[in-house]
Design a protein around this ligand. Structure first.
Ligand code: ZN
Ligand code: ZN
Length: 107
């Protein structure tokens, strides 16, 4: 009976160790300081953390932009001059050419 109980404990410890090993791989070391500082309730440390968030914004920023600006200019257009465009880089709906960034969108 004791041997079964001990073997159960060993398996449990191995599972916990395996879970602990996976955590650092999934979350890179750069996220650890941010997560530690974000839990601090004191607002005094907030201004010092302003430089950390920009690392996470690039993935969400493009999706927030509309495909067309107020003037109806597409953010990405076909290099062959096909009508239309898209909000993100991708193949043209007319000819399949890769859409290019349109700087006029930001003007
Ligand atoms: Zn742009
Ligand atoms: Zn095209």
């Amino acid at each position: 009976m004791n041997i079964k109980y001990i073997s159960f404990l060993v398996v449990s410890v191995l599972l916990i160790m395996a879970a602990c090993k996976n955590e650092p791989k999934a979350a890179s070391t750069t996220t650890d300081p941010a997560a530690a500082t974000s839990t601090q309730p004191t607002p005094v440390s907030a201004p010092a953390n302003v430089t950390a968030p920009p690392n996470f914004t690039p993935t969400t920023a493009p999706a927030a932009e509309p495909a067309q600006n107020a003037k109806g200019v597409w953010h990405f257009t076909c290099p062959k001059g096909c009508a239309g465009g898209a909000g993100v880089a991708g193949p043209c709906g007319k000819c399949g050419e890769q859409l290019v960034h349109n700087s006029g969108y930001h003007q």
